[in-house]
Design a protein around this ligand. Structure first.
Ligand code: HH2
Length: 266
């Protein structure tokens, strides 16, 4: 199975978005067989990791109970796991995380910034990767320390250092200007040496810059993918796999130097 993280000399891993939700902002959420077809296509187009979510994180989306989230996941997870790539679960609920990791998922993708600290304990128990996302905004200077504080919290809960992945949370509680600033300064985050995940694909800040709806944001998303790659991101979370693989490989060739690795972090 491909590893979740790239080696220091490899281009970023491409994480394909799979939304088992009827109300995803990006417009391609789909339950059941449609999602499995989407997953197969992502594999054929060169995805490295599949990120499966059963609750939309879109502002204003309807909250889903743990029971409903588990039911949505269970209807597709075995078929997605059978495709042979590492599977990530986009959830904020320890109960949902527990079920998915027990079934074979290997990454917990938490966009809430450990709103429920129980999630870190579940990741630790299963030795799963844990994506810690910066959610909200106070000042630009506080993004890095807040992410580091989340990392410390996860380490304290027993998550192994080499299992942590940090995400600056583009669009999460941030204006377009703030998201652009975070992407502009991504080097300062990747320089810390933790693997960094960037989810820019089809986000609202791209729509605001280009004045385009979600289904017209491919080029803007690729520009962001290239910038994140140049600045040392380890994982790109994307909707358009084939185009993103190419953009990342090209930007990585231009970068020409390995990314800072955890082993040199301290
Ligand atoms: N963005 C979304 C969802 N999950 N996870 C991480 N780690 N980083 C992100 O930036 C991120 C994420 C929102 O995108 P999408 O899944 O397309 O929409 P929705 O949550 O409405 O289904």
């Amino acid at each position: 199975m491909t590893s979740v993280l790239p080696g220091p000399g490899d281009p970023p891993r491409i994480m394909a978005v799979l939304n088992a939700t009827p109300d995803s902002f990006s417009g391609d959420g789909r339950p059941g067989q449609g999602l499995i077809e989407l997953a197969k296509r992502a594999v054929a187009e060169g995805a490295d990791v599949l990120d499966l979510g059963a609750e939309s994180t879109r502002p204003g989306s309807t909250p889903v109970s743990a029971e409903e989230e588990v039911a949505r996941l269970e209807s597709v997870l075995p078929a997605v796991l059978a495709l042979g790539l590492p599977v990530s679960i986009d959830t904020q609920k320890p109960r949902v995380a527990e079920t998915a990791l027990a079934a074979g998922a290997v990454v917990l993708n938490d966009v809430s910034g450990l709103a429920d600290p129980g999630l870190a304990r579940v990741a630790a128990e299963h030795n799963a990767y844990l994506v810690l996302t910066h959610n909200g905004w106070r000042t630009e200077r506080e993004v890095l320390p807040e992410l580091q504080a989340l990392a410390e919290q996860a380490l304290h809960a027993g998550v192994a250092e080499e299992r942590l992945i940090l995400d600056p949370g583009l669009g999460f509680g941030k204006t377009a200007e703030q998201s652009l600033g975070v992407l502009r300064d991504l080097d300062s985050l990747t320089a810390l040496g933790w693997p960094v995940l960037v989810g820019a694909s089809r986000k609202g800040f791209i729509g605001q810059v280009l004045d385009l709806p979600a289904n017209e944001r491919l080029e803007g998303s690729l520009a962001c993918a290239a910038i994140a790659t140049l600045k040392g991101a380890s994982i790109l979370r994307v909707h358009d796999v084939k185009a993103s693989v190419r953009a990342a490989r090209m930007a990585w060739a231009v970068r020409g130097t390995p990314r800072v690795s955890q082993s040199t972090r301290r």
